[in-house]
Write a protein that binds this ligand. Structure first.
Ligand code: ADP
Ligand code: MG
Length: 386
């Protein structure tokens, strides 16, 4: 269990607040294709503005690897945020330095200044204290973190920076608090059965959360590429399907009566085969089949807690989206605490049209999985209450 200090307890009247957000939103050129991550910061921003703070907003975007690259400029987020919050947002094209300091110092009550990408400086990813000090000069009074998706990284704006403030001048924002509240329900389940619905491409990179879920959950429904690997581990011929060969041993170790695998799969040509028969050499399993959909849906219906990570198939192609969309519906209709996490999983849920019927959609893919696996997240540790 982790409890963090939250922004509502923070004294911010007339303060200059450093607000770390995750505006790492999907872009096509300079057009924002999904502004969810910006929308989700509005409650904290409104709270800070109501309490007469001035706000210096900072984020990362993409992986510019420590140098300036216009492709990763946060400039498009300025206009989007201004539009969403209905107020002017000032801008400075470097996150540290004289100009940024000057603009930050001139902010009046309730005003906001958005900084250019933190990762244009190597100090951010190096968790560099001098870089953190340069950031603190912009907003010396208080620090608020709402960047859950970056909180598993020991980066300067996540770890070194909050450590420079007095403890009671730092807090998590409302979004961070909500993430923790819901993910805690998954790591400390009180309403059972607890069903984990897992899919996606590979097992690699998800081994610890998978092992944590095997201990916690009553049932693991496994589909997608992940299931291919479990099936291959049972000696079933998966043909040319995506199989994470390096994780076969892990799959063998994790396999138990709790792990429910697909009964049938959809092949490239749209035909459905029973898994027990195995696939011939050139065949690829790209979605779960109708019998599997029925079985998984039935299990989800009885669940009281559900965590979902990983699509059931190659849902980006319409022909192989049925399994994933059916699961989105089953999760939405379940009478349960429901949490969905993971980049593609969240995308799929939004596409399904059931997003607003999911209890919590975690903004941080990697961070949510690490949290569930019981890892200590540097960005949360520094905000720990008591
Ligand atoms: P998340 O981002 O939600 O954690 P992953 O990154 O693990 O999920 O996996 C998502 C990807 O897995 C999707 O792009 C999807 O196309 C792919 N995928 C799922 N099932 C299969 C499959 N059977 N064959 C090939 N790719 C698959
Ligand atoms: Mg992904």
């Amino acid at each position: 269990m982790i409890e963090i200090r939250t922004v509502d307890q923070l004294h911010v009247d007339g303060s200059r607040v450093f607000y770390r957000v995750d505006y790492n939103v999907p872009l096509e050129g300079t057009t924002i294709t999904d502004a969810t991550r910006i929308e989700e910061t509005l409650p904290t921003l409104r709270l800070l503005r109501e309490r007469d703070a001035t706000i210096v907003i900072a984020s990362h975007l993409g992986r510019p690897k420590g140098s300036r690259n216009e492709k990763y400029s946060l400039k498009p987020m300025r206009a989007k945020l201004a539009e969403l919050i209905g107020a002017d947002v000032q801008w400075v094209d470097d996150c540290i330095g004289a100009q940024a300091e000057q603009k930050a110092a001139q902010l009046k009550t309730g005003q906001m200044l958005l900084l250019e990408n933190l990762r244009f400086h190597p100090g951010e990813e190096d968790n560099d204290r001098d870089f953190a000090r340069a950031l603190q000069r912009l907003a010396p009074d208080a620090y608020v973190n709402d960047a859950f998706g970056a909180s598993h990284r020991a980066h300067a704006s996540i770890e070194a920076l909050p450590l420079l403030y007095e403890t009671d001048h730092t807090a998590g924002g409302l979004l961070l608090a909500r993430e923790i509240e819901f993910l805690q329900k998954i790591t400390n389940v009180s309403d059972r059965p607890f069903v984990a619905l897992l899919g996606g491409a590979k097992i690699a990179g998800k081994i610890e959360p998978l092992e944590a879920l095997v201990k916690q959950a009553d049932t693991l429904l496994v589909g997608g590429g992940m299931a291919n690997t479990f099936l291959a581990a049972k000696g079933i011929n998966m043909g040319a399907s995506l199989v994470d060969k390096e994780s076969i041993e892990v799959a063998k170790r994790i396999s138990s009566a709790k792990v429910v695998l697909p009964l049938d799969v959809v092949l490239e040509d749209g035909s459905v085969v029973e898994v027990s028969k195995g696939l011939t050499e050139k065949k690829k399993a790209l979605d779960i089949g109708p019998r599997t959909i029925a079985k998984f849906s039935e299990v989800l219906k009885k669940a009281r807690t559900i965590f979902w990570n990983g699509p059931m198939g190659m849902f980006e192609k319409k022909e192989f989206a049925a399994g994933t969309m059916a699961m989105a519906r089953a999760v939405a209709e379940a009478n349960a605490v429901t949490v969905v996490g993971g980049g593609e999983s969240v995308e799929a849920v939004k596409e399904s049209g059931y997003a607003d019927r999911i209890g919590h959609i975690s903004t941080g893919g990697g961070a949510s999985l690490e949290f569930i696996a019981g890892a200590k997240l540097p960005g949360l540790e520094v905000l720990r209450a008591s």
